[in-house]
Design a protein. Structure first.
Length: 302
């Protein structure tokens, strides 16, 4: 009977030990979702050995191995050539729980699926892996540009401005906001798309024009200030949103002031006309005086 209890205890301990040994898994993988082709990137993964001895950590791009860490062998680190990426010299570090690798990108060919695979040593040789996708694109490097915008306007004046996005290999959507509100129907012109080939990409630039009269409650209720904002967005990537905001002072439109200026301008014009007539009279009088003097001189000589 005592032997039965010992056998049961041994069996339970064996089950617990087997569960502990089989628990090797990758806890996390960090691969940027989207990056610019001009940047370097860092890939990392974390793992829990749970009683296993670490045999190796391998990194793959599209099922092709480009980096290996083997703490039980020499050399500890190995790099393999794979199209589209290059492991930076000395920019990697791995241990019993994590492995980090820095890469230099080579354009559109760098896009792919990246996998971290961890393996345990004998006698179990357990494997665990995780993977994630990374898109490498030509991303905007600057905020959108607003052109033809002044620092001061008069109410009732007509305003026209143009917003241009930076070049990008991904489609960019431009949006205008006038004092926090989107333009009304008819205030937007059709967008203009310009494309150029560069860096193995087709780079596109969007231009969107807005025009409107400075009238209505959206201007009178904002303390005589106009705020014009242009937003550039790339679909599915909210972190890439860029925007530019410019402000202008608004002066009131005053018809009485215009009438007063007009009244003051009429006497001034009349005075100028009188001066002009007086000058002409003087010139004519002088001309006749010269003729008279010349005639008298000729009579005395004769």
């Amino acid at each position: 009977m005592d032997y039965d209890w010992l056998l049961l205890l041994f069996f339970c301990l064996s089950l617990i030990d087997m569960q502990r040994i089989s628990a090797l898994f990758v806890t996390d993988i960090s691969v940027p979702e989207i990056v610019d082709f001009r940047d370097n990137v860092t890939l990392s993964c974390s793992y829990d050995m749970k009683g296993h001895t670490l045999n190796s950590v391998k990194w793959y791009k599209d099922r092709l191995e480009f980096f290996r860490y083997t703490p039980l062998m020499r050399p500890v680190y190995l790099k393999f050539p794979v199209a589209g990426i290059q492991v930076l010299d000395g920019k990697y570090f791995c241990n019993e729980s994590t492995c980090r690798v820095d890469l230099s990108l080579l354009g559109a060919k760098s896009t792919g699926t990246f996998k971290c695979e961890v393996s345990g040593d004998a006698p179990h040789f357990k494997l665990a892996a995780k993977e994630d996708n990374m898109t490498v694109a030509a991303l905007p490097q600057s905020d959108p540009l607003i052109e033809s915008f002044n620092s001061m306007y008069r109410m009732e004046e007509f305003l026209s401005a143009t917003c241009s996005s930076d070049y990008s290999s991904l489609p960019t959507k431009l949006s205008w906001y006038i004092n926090g509100e989107q333009p009304m129907l008819g205030e937007l012109q059709p967008s203009i798309d310009t494309s150029i080939p560069a860096h193995d990409y087709i780079l596109r630039r969007q231009r969107l024009q807005v025009h409107f009269y400075l009238q209505g409650q959206r201007f009178y209720q904002n303390g005589n200030v106009l705020k014009l904002k242009c937003v550039a967005e790339i679909e599915n990537y909210p972190e890439l949103r860029r925007e530019m905001t410019l402000s202008a002072a608004l002066t009131p439109f005053n018809d009485n002031l215009n009438n007063q200026m007009l009244k003051h301008s009429i006497p001034s014009a009349a005075a100028a006309q009188r001066n002009c007539l007086s000058t002409r009279t003087c010139l004519i009088s002088g001309f006749f005086a010269i003729i008279l003097l010349t005639t008298k001189c000729l009579q005395r000589q004769s």
